[in-house]
Design a protein. Structure first.
Lengths: 162, 597
């Protein structure tokens, strides 16, 4: 539970006025916006609830194409991406994202065990589905902090070094 | 040379000498005839001479008689004269006859006759005169002159005849000598001819004989060699070989057969085959029909039933594969039976291991898909658990719990489907092929979705057959995975389940057809895909999927076929699996495929 409290820290500022609707809306505008892409509708919905509970703002898409549209239109701070999807797979989506906005960090969240190495190199973090929400939140926290600490171009080397 | 020729030669050697000797005898007879003719000519001369002498004597007797009468005047003295008076003309006639072929002598004879007639005229003249004056000197002188003349002529005749006789005698001698030479030469010629002929005939016979003898020797050598050849071959090959005569007694047993049956050659020879080659059904432990009886009954090559076990003399048991074939003589009668068998115990174990391994491999091939399927709901459940722990709102909690339940249900379904790949009932149960196909598609859904493959299903209902669900699921997983890999991204797969009515070759059942939009199957692959270890997927395939599938389908009494689609819009491979409504399979039936060449 200590760990979980710690996890809440980045969202603490947003969680203080949680009882007031107005206050919540203003804080939400300040908290990071995450883009979640997954073809599992139910899983995506639940993941969104978890992330929102943690204080993030979340937009979701059920496939790569829709995800990319959101990515162009919204000021996304980070991406939580599924690999195994109909149409474009996670690798293709990540490649498109990198072309336009390479500074946005990407977390590849998948149940797929044998990910192609070039895909692993392209994204910043990978996480196996089923590891639990704590692990997911920790990774996202780490990812957003890293991208804040380091300037855009440098972050690339971080991703490449993985 | 055949017997007929030989007989003809025998006939020739009999007839030819006889003919030749007949010719020789004829020749000799002719020669003798010739010689006799010359001898007759000598005889003729002798006869002429003796006739002439006789004639002369008669004439002298006449003259003597006449002289006596002249001297005495006694007519008694004329008796010889008168006696010769009758015989002399006869003698002349005879001589004329004898000398008819000789004009010289004939003219001399005529002259002699004339002289005699002249003398006779004189003698008649004397006799007519008075007997007292007949003894006159001039008369006597005249008579003597005439008689001398006559004598002279006789001498000429005789001399000539003598000369002639000498000539003839020399002729005969010469002829005789020549004849001897001729006959000797003729005999020699005949003898030589006969000898040559006989030698020729004998040579021919002996040549034929020696050729026949050579051939026989060669043949017997060849027979020996080929016997050795076959014996060594049979002794050396890796299969067990036994042969028995028509009474079912062992006449040959090679080393491998000796090892398997536990009978040595010495012990096995002349023993009844069923004693040496003791076979039972591997499962029922019942005696199996003696293959010798079966061959004799069917008069053709027979293979042993499956699951045949050979019990050796020492009680060791081998699973064998074998065949028995009749040995015919020239007239097509069975004179023996040869039995070829091989220990397949290890092969059978290997096959079983391969089948078991392939069963696991099917699951292995699905592992990635399954991990995904299970991880997704598990991830959701873990997230829901996190939300529940931090949620106090009852309504929301209930909603989360409901979602968690839903996701757990999904996990359970996946795990059940996975388990059903292994769990197998003891006896065939009703299997709904529609459910089965849907279960397979559920496990493969991830891959199908990711590859953007459209699956069209046309399922007839009801689609229930008897069978073993896990095995059938393995078959369909193999076929659908093959289709999925063949069509590639954006392809199409059509799965049809149809009811098929009974016909003369099979009972009523279900036909499952899986067609894909891939590039189809080549003729070469089509002929080999059901063989073990044949794969078109390179390193990624084991080459066992379709082989095992075929074994399973065959065990259910069904058939599996692969061809290319003929549809306008679907040009890939098309696999058809027919399954009978009622299966004869039981849990222990072999599911190893029997691939027909």
């Amino acid at each position: 539970m200590d760990e979980m409290d710690g996890l809440r820290l980045p969202a603490d500022s947003g969680r203080k006025p949680q009882d007031a609707d107005l206050g919540r809306a203003t804080t939400l505008a300040a908290s990071p916006l995450l883009l979640c892409i997954d073809d599992e509708a139910l899983g995506l919905q639940i993941r969104k609830a978890v992330l929102e509970r943690a204080g993030y703002r979340v937009v979701t898409a059920l496939d790569g194409a829709n995800g990319l549209t959101l990515f162009w239109d919204q000021p996304v701070s980070g991406v939580v991406l599924d690999y195994f999807m109909p149409g474009m797979d996670g690798g293709q989506v990540a490649a498109e994202m990198r072309k336009r906005r390479p500074e946005v960090p990407i977390l590849l969240l998948t149940a797929h065990i044998n990910l192609p190495p070039e895909v692993v190199k392209m994204v910043d973090y990978t996480l196996l589905k089923g590891e639990g929400p704590q692990e997911l939140l920790a990774k996202i926290h780490e990812m957003l902090n890293d991208s804040h600490d380091q300037a855009g171009p440098n972050r690339e080397s971080n991703g490449g070094g993985r | 040379m055949n017997l007929l020729e030989f007989r003809s030669i025998l006939r020739q050697t009999l007839i030819f000498p006889v003919l030749l000797l007949l010719v020789l005898a004829g020749f000799i007879l002719w020669q003798i005839g010739q010689y006799q003719a010359t001898l007759r000519a000598i005889d003729l001369s002798d006869e002429v001479t003796s006739e002439v002498i006789d004639l002369e004597k008669l004439v002298i007797d006449q003259e003597t008689g006449l002289r006596g009468y002249q001297l005495t005047g006694d007519p008694v003295m004329l008796a010889p004269y008168k006696a010769a008076f009758v015989t002399i003309p006869l003698r002349f006639a005879r001589l004329h006859q004898l000398l008819s072929d000789n004009p010289d002598q004939l003219s001399r004879l005529s002259q002699l006759q004339d002289s005699y007639q002249l003398w006779l005229g004189f003698a008649q003249g004397v006799l007519k005169k008075d007997p007292a004056i007949v003894n006159l000197p001039q008369l006597n002188q005249h008579g003597k002159q005439m008689m001398d003349n006559l004598r002279y002529e006789v001498n000429g005749l005789l001399q000539d005849e003598d000369r002639r006789r000498k000539h003839r005698s020399a002729n005969a001698l010469h002829f005789e000598r020549r004849q001897v030479v001729t006959i000797v030469i003729a005999s020699l010629a005949v003898g030589t001819l006969l000898g040559l002929f006989t030698i020729n005939r004998l040579r021919r016979v002996s040549r034929t004989y020696s050729t026949a003898l050579e051939e026989l020797t060669k043949q017997s050598e060849e027979i020996y060699e080929s016997r050795q050849w076959f014996q060594t071959t049979l002794e050396s090959i890796g299969d067990a070989v036994m042969a028995c005569d028509n009474d079912g007694r062992v006449t040959f047993i090679n080393l491998v057969a000796q090892n398997l049956t536990g009978w040595s050659t010495q012990d096995a020879l002349e023993q009844p085959l069923s004693k040496v080659f003791h076979i039972i059904n591997e499962e029922t432990r019942e005696e199996v029909e003696n293959p010798v009886e079966k061959v004799r009954r069917l008069k053709t090559v027979v293979g042993l039933a499956n699951h045949t076990a050979l019990i050796s003399k020492q009680g060791k048991e081998y699973i064998i594969d074998d065949s028995a074939a009749p040995i015919y003589d020239e007239d097509g009668e069975i004179i023996g039976i040869v039995l070829v068998f091989r220990d397949v115990t290890d092969a059978r174990r290997t096959e079983a291991a391969l089948v078991a391994g392939e069963k696991l491999a099917v699951a292995g091939r699905l592992a990635a898909s399954i991990a995904h399927e299970i991880h997704n709901p598990l991830d959701s459940v873990a997230n829901l658990h996190f939300l529940l722990a931090n949620e106090s709102d009852t309504e929301k909690r209930a909603h989360y719990l409901h979602l968690a339940q839903q996701e757990l249900g999904r996990t359970m379904q996946i795990s059940r489907t996975l388990l059903s790949l292994y769990r197998e009932p003891k006896a065939p149960v009703p299997v709904d092929l529609k459910d089965l196909a849907e279960g397979v598609l559920l496990l493969l859904e991830r891959r199908l979705v990711q590859q953007d493959i459209r699956v069209e299903c046309e399922f007839a209902e009801p689609s229930v057959v008897q069978g073993f669900p896990a095995e059938l699921r393995q078959v369909f997983t193999n076929i659908v995975v093959n289709a999925l890999e063949a069509t590639g991204k954006g392809g199409r797969i059509r799965i049809r389940i149809d009811r098929v009515p009974a016909d003369e070759t099979r009972g009523s059942g279900m036909l499952v057809e899986v067609a894909d939009s891939g590039s189809g199957i080549s003729e070469h692959d089509r002929r080999h895909v059901f063989q073990p270890f044949y794969t078109t997927k390179g390193e990624d395939g084991t080459g066992l999927g379709l082989w095992v599938s075929m074994g399973i389908v065959q065990k259910h009494g069904g058939t599996i076929r692969i061809a290319n689609c003929t549809d306008e819009d679907l040009r890939g491979a098309c696999v058809q699996v027919y399954l009978p409504e009622r299966t004869l399979a039981n849990a222990s039936s072999r599911s190893t495929a029997h691939v027909q060449a």
